[in-house]
Design a protein around this ligand. Sequence first.
Ligand SMILES: [Zn+2]
Length: 377
Amino acid sequence: MQFELLAQRGEARLGRLTLAHGVVETPIFMPCGTYGSVKGVSPDQLRSAGVQILLGNTFHLMLRPGAEAIERFNGLHQFMGWDRPILTDSGGFQVFSLADMNKVNEEGVSFRSPINGDKILLTPERAMAIQTALNSDIAMIFDECTPYPISKAGAESSMQLSLRWAQRSRAAFTSDNALFGIVQGGIYPDLRQASLEGLHKIGFEGYAIGGLSVGEPKPAMLETIRRIAPKMPAQSPRYLMGVGTPSDLIESVRRGVDMMDCVMPTRNARNGHLFTSSGAIRIRNAVHRASDEALDANCSCYTCQNFSRGYLHHLDKCGEILGATLNSIHNIAYYLELMRQARGALAEDHYDAWALTVYAGWSETPPPLEFDLEAPQ
Ligand SMILES: [Zn+2]
């Protein structure tokens, strides 16, 4: 893996990431391919929508069809028919979200398979072996996603456990692909700093910010990013996990983030919640029933070029599968176009002005730039 930092404007960065399966221009958004598929959207449609890199879920794929099955295809790319880069998570996030089913100890996490009830132990070593079998371009260390709210002592012991697991993940990962460390520590700036220092000592190809967008107030999330992102190694890519809305993308890039992923564009699309250059709309609202307007007049995606709001409203009302597909194509294209514009604005050094133009289109006030994490919450 190679990362070139092409320009820096304030804390925002323009970069180029060269991976085993191709080049990714950063800042970039990665749609989620949970079960080895971005729900309802074919690889061909993803490419047309501008997708450069996808996220695959270790947890779901280890349960079905199992890492051994995918290994027979030389990995996830061939299995799912996607030849561009893939990043896989470690499975930790899903394991920890299985409330009352998990048991955490130094060794790893035991849980019951939600598919067949089998008892499964996921450890850093096992998570690395699975991601090696998936042959993703970028693998993530196995860590504990610290919940919110949590006491400082709780956040610290969780962060320390994640650091010990980071060491074991690094030692167990023998693939030539890239491995990223994950900064934890909740919304406590000194814990975030300690986590980053510990990871940097171990040494990774890239660094992620985990444990955000888990229920903390939005300003606390943005302030945590503002504090920690600029301290992450400048010559390595920085990945913000599980974020977010279009404005979260704009604000996270402004604070120094290069890569993001979230289920939001695709999940919302399936619920008829669509992002446009004039703000978010609900396609099932009656106002769209007879509309012959394009979903977004400024969008060049397949959906906007060929179908009306009225038709998308109709498909949604009838629960037609095609509606979910067309809506998902648009939302994904919208997120990717937002990142393409962000890269253009960074190249031409007018990021802040560009961001204000986007917010004006949505009639949205930009979020506050600072937030006091030390003040009583
Ligand atoms: Zn569109």
